[in-house]
Design a protein around this ligand. Structure first.
Ligand code: FES
Length: 288
């Protein structure tokens, strides 16, 4: 990005001194120059993004043709998932098929081990009858859609302020250290990956992590929150998933890990709202 800005700055200063007639030509050249710069540095930017854990919360959204992710390869829902597709479509009027884009992408991601190849997005676009770009727009906007391979268990650490104040960075550091990966990387075995998500709506029980389980396709897909976690607990929870140990699930149930808290209630005794609330209107309107 820095190199591109530098190049742009240099071209702009050139523009000032070069004859006006040459400007159009220079602009055309600068555009080609930009395209070259971007295609050269994007892979590098991505590497830096994974290397420096605070640089990017999600992986960059662009497509590079690879053996595993080819735009012209064939992708289809399984016959079993086609039944779910039919159900999803039945939720919308037949002239609003495009409303099904998000649930279909979600199902495709579950079927495809946690990420969306471009061929799956193309298939969703075909099914709902929109241009593929409309589906790419949705998939690149929502960080829940992974455009690159993730682990069978994709762990998301909340990085927003309440979780950060309550120690989410330490939680993430402990997970990355125990799995020996960088953020947005997949472990060698392909079992785990760690990503960051912004506020997952669970701030009251911060810090929290979510684990998306893609190990058994769409049939047994789960997406669970573990709240009030410490770095040690987060590592234990991941190990529990590695072992597939159902007995440990009593020790680390889904939801809050604070035994003094009931769901999202206060930890310990209630300090507010202890009496029977007044019937609406709840505030004294005459007091204003
Ligand atoms: S800040 Fe982490 S859930 Fe809201």
């Amino acid at each position: 990005m820095f190199a591109a800005r530098l190049a742009w700055g240099a071209l702009r200063s050139c523009n000032k001194v070069i004859d006006l007639d040459c400007r159009k030509q220079i602009k055309d050249q600068s555009l080609s120059f930009f395209i070259i710069i971007y295609s050269c540095v994007l892979p590098w930017i991505d590497q830096v993004g994974s290397a420096s854990s605070r640089a990017f919360s999600t992986t960059l959204n662009y497509h590079i043709e690879t053996k595993e992710n080819k735009s012209d390869s064939h992708w289809d829902f399984t016959p079993r998932n086609m039944e779910i597709v039919e159900k999803i479509f039945s939720n919308y009027p037949s002239n609003y098929k495009q409303s099904a884009v998000i649930p279909l992408l979600d199902l495709a991601q579950q079927q495809h081990g946690g990420w969306l190849p471009v061929s799956a997005m193309n298939e969703v676009a075909r099914m709902v009858g929109v241009a593929p770009i409309r589906v790419y727009e949705v998939a690149t906007f929502y960080s829940m859609f992974n455009l690159k391979k993730v682990g069978k268990y994709h762990i998301l650490v909340c990085g927003t302020t309440p979780c950060m104040i309550r120690g989410s960075r330490e939680v993430e550091a402990a997970l990355l250290d125990s799995l020996q990966v960088k953020r947005n990387e997949v472990t060698r075995s392909g079992t785990f990956s760690v990503g960051e998500m912004e506020c997952m709506g669970c701030c009251v029980n911060a810090p929290m992590i979510a684990i998306a389980d893609y190990s058994h396709g769409a049939e047994r897909y789960t997406y669970n929150y573990y709240e009030d976690v410490t770095p040690e607990m987060a590592v234990d929870i991941v190990e529990m998933h590695r072992r597939g140990d159902s007995t440990s699930r009593n020790l680390y149930p889904v939801g809050t890990q604070d035994p003094r808290r009931l769901r999202c209630g206060p930890s310990g005794k209630c300090t507010t709202l202890r009496g029977v609330p007044k019937a609406p209107p709840c505030r004294d309107l005459d007091a204003c």
